[in-house]
Design a binder for this molecule. Structure first.
Ligand SMILES: *Cc1c(COP(=O)(O)O)cnc(C)c1O
Length: 380
C-alpha cells in the first residue's frame, strides 16, 4: 500500500512559536471575549489585508460570520410595495453547504443563479433575470479563490438597491490589481478553518465597507448584549477565543511563505496535466494574485477516457484522497428536496459531475504530485 495522501493538511507554526505566543495567557487568565490576542490578530489581519481594523470583525468560524452579517444587515425584514417581505437572495449552488444553509437558517430564500464555465463563479449575465420585487441581496462565492466579476455584480446590485455579501472563504490573501479581496461589496466573509490556506484552527472574519457595522457585529456575536444592563438584539455566541487568535497570529507570520510553497505544487500539477485532452485546469485569472488554495480538475470522459468518478476511485485505491468539491450541488441536497431544481443551473450541474480537487498543501512533495499525475494519466 502506498502512503496515504489527504486532499489537504493544516498549516501549523513551529510548536515553540505557538507555546511562546500563548505563554502570557497564564498570567492574565483571559481566555476569550475579545482579549489581547483577539485584538492583536484583528490588527495583524487588517494590516495584512490593507484595510482599517474598523472594517473587520473576527468570529468563531466562517459560517457563524456569514450568518451574523446576514442578520446584522437585517435582510428579509424590509417589505416591498405589496407588503411582502423582501427575503430572496441570489446565490450559487456550486459551493459548500455553509453558504446556502446560512441563507436558509436566517429565514431567507435562496434563488439559485448559474455559474460561468471559465472560473465557476456566479454568472453576472444571468442575475438580472432572477431579480424580483422580493430580492434583497446577492451572495456570490469566490470559489477556489477565483474572484467573482465584482464590477458587474456590484453594478447590478447598485441599480436594484441590493446588498452584496461575498462568501470569500476560499479567497483569503487573493488580490486583484494589488487590491485585497476583502474590499468588495458591502461585506466579505473569510473562513479560517483548519483546512483553509490561513487557519486559526476554527475561525472566521467579516470585512465590511461601513465601519459602523463593527459595533453591531461585535454585539451580535455576543448575544446581542449592548451594555452592562442592556441587551438590544437576539444575538448568538460566535466569538473567537484567545487560543484560536494566538494560532492565527503565528500562522499569519508564515502565510506568504506557505503560499509560495503551494505555488510550487500548483505549477508541478500544471506541468504534468496541461494540454491533456479531456482535462480542464483552473489556471487563474487575469491580474489576480492567487492563494493556490485548491487544484480543481474537470474530467471529460468522452475525451479523456475516464470519468471523474473513475479517477476518484483510482486515486483512492492508491491511498490518495481527492475530493468531489463541489458535488452534489447545494440545490440538490436531501434537506432541500423538492424545493429547487438543478436544471435551473445547468453549467453548475455539469461542472459538479466532472470536477475533482486534487491534494494541495504547502508540504506536499513534488514527487508525490508527479505520482498522483502518473496514476491519473497512465492507468487508463
Ligand atoms: C469553509 C467554507 C465555509 C465555512 O467556513 P467555516 O469556517 O468552516 O465555518 C463557507 N463557505 C465556503 C465556500 C467554505 O469553503
Amino acid at each position: 500500500m502506498d502512503k496515504k495522501i489527504l486532499v489537504t493538511r493544516s498549516s501549523m507554526p513551529p510548536f515553540e512559536e505557538y507555546a511562546d505566543e500563548i505563554k502570557d495567557m497564564w498570567d492574565n487568565h483571559w481566555l476569550t471575549n475579545m482579549g489581547v490576542k483577539h485584538k492583536q490578530l484583528e490588527k495583524d489581519l487588517a494590516d495584512y489585508l490593507g484595510i482599517s481594523k474598523e472594517n473587520i470583525a473576527l468570529f468563531v468560524n466562517g459560517h457563524q460570520a456569514l450568518e451574523c452579517i446576514l442578520e446584522a444587515f437585517q435582510l428579509g425584514k424590509e417589505k416591498n410595495a405589496w407588503g411582502e417581505p423582501k427575503n430572496e437572495v441570489i446565490t450559487t449552488p456550486f459551493t459548500f453547504a455553509s453558504t446556502t444553509h446560512a441563507i436558509v437558517r436566517k429565514g431567507l430564500k435562496p434563488v439559485f443563479c448559474d455559474i460561468k464555465e471559465d472560473d465557476y463563479t456566479l454568472d453576472p449575465d444571468k442575475i438580472e433575470a432572477l431579480i424580483t420585487d422580493r430580492t434583497c441581496a446577492i451572495v456570490p462565492v469566490h470559489v477556489y479563490g477565483n474572484l467573482c466579476d465584482t464590477e458587474k455584480i456590484e453594478k447590478i446590485a447598485k441599480k436594484h438597491n441590493l446588498k452584496v455579501i461575498y462568501d470569500a472563504a476560499h479567497a483569503f490573501s487573493v488580490e486583484k490589481n494589488g487590491v485585497s479581496s476583502a474590499i468588495f461589496g458591502d461585506a466579505s466573509m473569510f473562513s479560517f478553518h483548519a483546512t483553509k490556506v490561513f487557519n486559526t484552527i476554527e475561525g472566521g472574519a467579516v470585512c465590511f465597507k461601513d465601519s459602523s457595522m463593527k459595533k453591531v457585529l461585535n454585539e451580535w456575536k455576543n448575544f446581542g448584549i449592548t451594555g452592562p444592563e442592556t441587551t438590544e438584539f437576539i444575538g448568538g455566541n460566535a466569538k473567537m477565543n484567545e487560543f484560536a487568535a494566538a494560532m492565527g497570529i503565528c500562522n499569519l507570520r508564515h502565510l506568504d511563505h506557505e503560499i509560495e510553497k503551494r505555488k510550487r505544487v500548483f505549477e508541478q500539477y500544471v506541468k504534468n496535466l496541461y494540454g491533456v485532452a479531456g482535462i480542464k485546469l483552473n489556471l487563474g485569472q487575469n491580474a489576480v494574485k492567487s492563494n493556490y488554495a485548491y487544484f480543481p480538475v474537470l474530467f471529460d470522459k468522452d475525451k479523456f477516457g475516464k470519468s471523474r468518478d473513475e479517477v476518484f476511485d483510482l486515486l483512492a485505491e492508491h491511498g490518495i484522497g481527492a475530493r468531489k468539491y463541489f458535488y452534489p450541488l447545494t440545490n440538490s441536497y436531501e434537506c432541500y428536496e423538492g424545493m429547487f431544481d438543478v436544471k435551473d443551473t445547468p453549467v453548475a450541474y455539469k461542472v459538479s459531475l466532472q470536477v475533482l480537487t486534487l491534494p494541495i498543501y504547502s508540504d506536499l512533495k513534488i514527487d508525490d504530485v508527479d505520482r498522483i499525475c502518473e496514476i491519473i494519466l497512465n492507468n487508463c
